[in-house]
Design a protein. Structure first.
Length: 86
């Protein structure tokens, strides 16, 4: 089953969608990608950085090499739960 992303990244110049031409994973949470505008009249090409920066929901199978901080809201919830349990 193939899932198609509905998320689009607009060209900073003409607003058409960008296409990822290639990407390279540099760490488990960071990738760099070469992007190009789908508008042939624009011709923009650039480099994009994609980073997973926070945990919203903890993983049920965490990678020991990945240390992503919790969002402040999730951290506050965990503290409240710990205080309520004691």
């Amino acid at each position: 089953m193939t899932m198609t992303s509905k998320h689009r990244l607009p060209c900073p110049h003409c607003g058409h969608n960008l296409r990822i031409r290639k990407s390279q994973g540099l760490t488990p949470v960071y990738r760099e990608a070469v992007v190009e505008c789908r508008n042939e009249d624009c011709g923009f090409r650039g480099k994009a950085r994609i980073e997973v920066c926070n945990t919203l929901t903890p993983s049920d199978s965490p990678n020991a090499q990945v240390d992503l901080p919790f969002t402040p809201r999730l951290l506050q919830q965990a503290i409240k739960q710990a205080q309520g349990a004691s």
